[in-house]
Write a protein that binds this ligand. Sequence first.
Ligand SMILES: Nc1nc2c(c(=O)[nH]1)N[C@H]1C(S)=C(S)[C@@H](COP(=O)(O)OP(=O)(O)OC[C@H]3O[C@@H](n4cnc5c(=O)[nH]c(N)nc54)[C@H](O)[C@@H]3O)O[C@H]1N2
Ligand SMILES: Nc1nc2c(c(=O)[nH]1)N[C@H]1C(S)=C(S)[C@@H](COP(=O)(O)OP(=O)(O)OC[C@H]3O[C@@H](n4cnc5c(=O)[nH]c(N)nc54)[C@H](O)[C@@H]3O)O[C@H]1N2
Ligand SMILES: [Mo]
Length: 784
Amino acid sequence: MTPFKTHSSHWGAFSGRVQDGALEIRPHSGDPHPSPLLGNLPASADSPMRIRRPAVRRGWLEHGPGAAAARGADEFVEVEWDEALALVAAELRRVYDTHGPQAVFGGSYGWASAGRFHHAQSQVHRFLNLLGGYVKSVNTYSSGAAMVIMPHVLGPYDHVERKSVTWDAIARSSQMVVAFGGMAIKNADVHGGGNSAHIVRDRIGSASARGCRFILVSPLRDDFPPEANGEWLSIVPGTDVALMLGIAHVLATELLHDRAFLDRYTVGYLAFEAYLTGASDGVEKTPEWASALCGIDADTIRTLARDMARSRTLVTVSHSLQRADHGEQPVWMGIVLAAMLGQMGLDGGGYSYSLGALGNTGKHDLTVPLPTLDQFRNPVADFIPVARIADMLLQPSAPYAYNGQARRYPDIKLVYWAGGNPFHHHQDLNRLRAAFRRPETIIVHETAWTSSARHADIVLPATTTLERDDIGAASGDPLMIAMKQLIAPVGEARDDYAIFSGLARLLGTAEAFTENRSARDWLAVLYDTTRKALDAGGHEAPDFETFWARGELTLPVKPDTGGPARAFRDDPHASPLATPSGKIEIFSQTIESFGYEDCQGHPRWYPPHAEAARAGAGADPAPLHLVCNQPHQRLHSQLDYGAVSRATKIDGREALRIHPADAAARGIQDGDVVRLFNARGSCLAAAVLSDALRAGVMQLATGAWFEPHDPTAEEATCIHGNPNILTRDIGTSQLAQGCTGQLTRVEIERFAGTPPPVRIFEPIRFAHLPSGSSLEPRAKSSGK
Ligand SMILES: Nc1nc2c(c(=O)[nH]1)N[C@H]1C(S)=C(S)[C@@H](COP(=O)(O)OP(=O)(O)OC[C@H]3O[C@@H](n4cnc5c(=O)[nH]c(N)nc54)[C@H](O)[C@@H]3O)O[C@H]1N2
Ligand SMILES: Nc1nc2c(c(=O)[nH]1)N[C@H]1C(S)=C(S)[C@@H](COP(=O)(O)OP(=O)(O)OC[C@H]3O[C@@H](n4cnc5c(=O)[nH]c(N)nc54)[C@H](O)[C@@H]3O)O[C@H]1N2
Ligand SMILES: [Mo]
């Protein structure tokens, strides 16, 4: 019998072994609710989707670097590693020498895999920094709007709003949790870097058993676990700010708001109240006004407001709410609502951003630092807000606004991606396809033939964590795990570290990049940061070999003291917020001074953008809301070819949930293949009728691998069911320029005729160049 070895992943800690040729996985014994997503993992060992050898796009081999309409439609040619590394090194040298580091985009956004050393982003950034740097990206697709507005109004992101409220406090003290966007249990299944104990379900269950009410504000009924015994307020997507304003109006007019708290801890309430009452714009934000927008009746809003004022109430705002038009507003308005209730800093009350979206948020902080690879300094100052990638590639040097700055897009010649899938994460994929035709060269390290790999020029096969040793650790997770290699590298796949080391040797930066250490040497070196801190804190601090042999180590956590919100409440002078005023900014002079019409001095209701007309659509070109949320069956696009994800497909197609009334109006039945379309594109999916949705709302999770029916078409249809062919590629506002992919509007019809079969998971067919043809790229073309 092969022994089990410890390992970890974004879905949780586990141990694994190969038995009779098959990978067997057993969740960590200490995990009360292991994630079903672990079931996708075995596919990464032997799927035909794994990239087995380096491959180069045929057109790039034949014509050299340059803008290329064929990207995404061309064939690939498999090459030897030596050849691939030589091509990449020569191309990097050419671009750095001719155009400088500001022509290289190395943002490389994405989740990659757990593991502190083989973390793809750290590796690619360290590597590119030694070559002279790269244009980076700032903020995330997760919380692009929140990360920019928070520092203006509440303090640095990930400080007050995510460090103050724990699950223990909720289980102990909350009487009401009003969750805008819910706390879908599927989301807490994952945490970047690891999640060794899935506790959210139990904590919600014990709070509920104690009598805490959980109010779900969402267009979907299943955005709470059953343990919450939740009360569902079925809201029109994109209208939470209107509902919050309606609640605030009741609090203000019935004098249920905490004036003493507002005076002591906030600035600008009166300017906001003038908006609430209509004194400043002529529109009173009554519950009736709110109801007409958000679809929740006025009396329910009134009762909710009164209940919130009389209970120990926690307001939570999900990531999803701000991944939409004017996404800054619900984040800010949620803070204002909580401030009016006056409970910030009280046990189980106040405000928490994105609680429930990731498994470790709301757990206790660690007291020791985690092992972290130094990425060195990036000499290039230029950056883009992460979701502006297509704008950047399509409009070099075009001006844009961001957080008070007047900026211009850089002119990018080379794109380097390791550990992310832009053809998963970005919006309006037809526009992204056009953008990806522009650079001279695109290099991707991938484990699998994702759509991003298929749109690259040079694809280098990376190992997954199963094929290497690493250290698993994540913020908020007390277990550090020895991630031991479980299987041999698949095909000729190499670790990202080995790939970059090979390139660094050709480019003369090997000594600095590797510091003459093997991967195993690095693990011991990185581990030592944590070991030293443990030792200094008087904790057990085993040496690396002891940790490795044991397989895991429990790290110390901070006590539950109420975090920065409690400190601020206890003494706002000694522990001010890191905002310009040191207080909660209900009115922000800084934001007002930017002069943006789409994000002004205090939170407001901004109507959503209208949809453009499209041929074939009725009077309203896109009458239905489409919620494009996170998938329960996988993490983003990762392992969409795994068993758990594929079991949820219908004839290989992604399932779309539609309300029975909307289906009936269009003659759509359960299991039908449907076509969704709007002004940007179209996709097929398989209809599932469900009354867990508000009528007028459909839901298609992200992550089905993009499969264009005709990869050469100007406007491609995705026949697999990727919603990002439909979403809009615009920023949240000029303030944050965040991703707005969560919501879009569409029309839907039954697909007439025989639907094309989904073939995205069939093995790639490689081209074979005629013998004697040179692998050296010919004379390079002129570029754009
Ligand atoms: N419409 C819409 N779009 C969205 C969202 C939405 O709500 N709606 N949500 C957004 C959010 S919040 C996020 S975070 C993004 C997620 O977007 P991404 O993080 O880009 O998505 P992943 O599928 O996790 O991509 C990670 C990639 O890294 C690869 N990988 C894994 N391990 C390794 C490794 O060791 N080395 C290398 N080289 N590669 C590796 C995987 O195969 C995978 O392709 O999507 C965003 N997109
Ligand atoms: N299983 C799984 N878990 C994940 C991920 C994954 O890919 N798979 N991704 C992880 C990542 S990277 C992130 S950033 C987090 C994201 O965390 P979130 O952004 O919070 O997650 P989503 O599932 O996209 O959205 C949560 C819910 O918000 C609701 N919602 C959508 N629009 C509105 C609206 O306008 N108003 C209201 N009130 N509700 C609305 C939807 O019904 C949706 O189910 O999830 C993490 N967890
Ligand atoms: Mo995310």
